[in-house]
Design a protein around this ligand. Structure first.
Ligand code: HEC
Length: 244
C-alpha cells in the first residue's frame, strides 16, 4: 500500500519532469526559429532601405558591401529582439546566417555597382532566397529557412510550399478565425528525421503592392504578372525547420 503510494508519487513526478522538459525544449526551438526569421527579416529591411541606391543607374561604386549590410541588419535585429542568450547550436546557426548574408551581397557587388543599369533585380525577396540557399549549404543538416507562399501566389518554383506548408497555409493561415500574425509550430518527421517545424505568416504592406497588387495580371518591374492582392492579405510565410 505504502509502496504503491511512493510509486505513484514518483511516477507523477517523472511524468511532470518529462512534460516540463518537453515544453521547455519546444520553447527553445520556437525562440531559435523566431531569431532566424528576425535576422532574415532585418536583412531584407536593409536591402529594401537601399533599393533606390541599388537601382541608381548614374552611380557606380555604392559602397553597399556585405559587411555594411550585416552591420545594419544586426543593428535592426538588436532593436527588434534585444539581447539574445545563445546556446552553442544557436550561435552556429546565427553565424551561418550572418555569413550567408555577407557572401550573397559581396558576390553581387559587381552587379550592384554597375553603372548604366537601373533595375538590377536585386530585391529583398530574391536576396532572401539566395541567403536561405546559402544558409542551407552551410548548416542544412541542422536547420533550414525558406520563404514560401500559398500555391496560387508562387512566383519562383523554388519557393513552392511542400505538403506540410500548404496544409498549414490552407487550414490555418487562410482560415477566417486564425489570429493574424500567429505562427504555427509542430514536431513532425522530415525525411525520416524528427524535426521542429515553424511557419510564420507574412502579409502584404502598401510597399509590396507595386509588384503584388493590381491590376491583376499586369507585368511588374521584375517581369512577373501582378497577383492583384491588397494590403493586409496573406502574401507568404517564413518556414523554419530544425532537425533533431
Ligand atoms: C519589386 C517588386 C516586388 C516587391 C516590391 C515585392 N516583391 Fe515579393 N517577390 C517579387 C519577386 C520578383 C519574387 C520572386 C523572387 C525570387 O525568388 O527570385 C517575389 C517573391 C515573394 C515571395 C516568395 C514566394 C514566391 O512567390 O516566390 C513572397 C512571400 C513575397 N514575394 C512577398 C512580398 C512581400 C510581403 C512584399 C512586401 C514587403 C513583397 N513581396 C514586395 C517581387 C516583389
Amino acid at each position: 500500500m505504502r509502496r504503491g503510494l511512493i510509486f505513484a508519487v514518483f511516477f507523477a513526478w517523472a511524468v511532470f519532469c518529462a512534460l516540463a522538459g518537453f515544453v521547455v525544449a519546444d520553447e527553445d526551438d520556437m525562440t531559435t526559429g523566431e531569431r532566424l526569421a528576425a535576422l532574415l527579416r532585418a536583412s531584407r529591411t536593409v536591402i529594401s532601405s537601399h533599393q533606390k541606391l541599388i537601382n541608381d543607374e548614374s552611380l557606380g561604386n555604392k559602397d553597399l558591401t556585405g559587411q555594411r549590410v550585416v552591420n545594419e541588419a544586426l543593428q535592426i535585429f538588436a532593436q527588434r529582439k534585444g539581447d539574445q542568450n545563445l546556446s552553442p547550436l544557436d550561435r552556429q546557426l546565427f553565424a551561418a546566417q550572418v555569413a550567408a548574408i555577407k557572401e550573397v551581397v559581396d558576390e553581387h557587388q559587381g552587379m550592384i555597382d554597375m553603372k548604366g543599369v537601373g533595375f538590377k533585380g536585386f530585391i529583398p525577396a530574391t536576396f532572401a532566397r539566395l541567403v536561405n540557399e546559402r544558409f542551407e549549404e552551410k548548416v542544412g543538416d541542422k536547420a533550414k529557412i525558406k520563404v514560401t507562399a500559398p500555391e496560387d501566389l508562387i512566383r519562383n518554383r523554388k519557393a513552392r510550399p511542400d505538403e506540410w506548408e500548404q496544409h498549414v497555409i490552407e487550414h490555418n493561415f487562410q482560415s477566417p478565425d486564425w489570429p493574424k500574425g500567429t505562427s504555427f509550430t509542430e514536431d513532425v518527421e522530415v525525411n525520416g528525421r524528427q524535426s521542429f517545424r515553424m511557419l510564420i505568416p507574412e502579409y502584404y504592406s502598401a510597399s509590396c503592392l507595386t509588384c503584388h497588387g493590381g491590376p491583376k495580371g499586369e507585368v511588374d518591374v521584375t517581369g512577373y504578372p501582378k497577383e492583384g492582392k491588397a494590403e493586409g492579405d496573406l502574401g507568404g510565410a517564413i518556414s523554419i525547420t530544425l532537425f533533431k
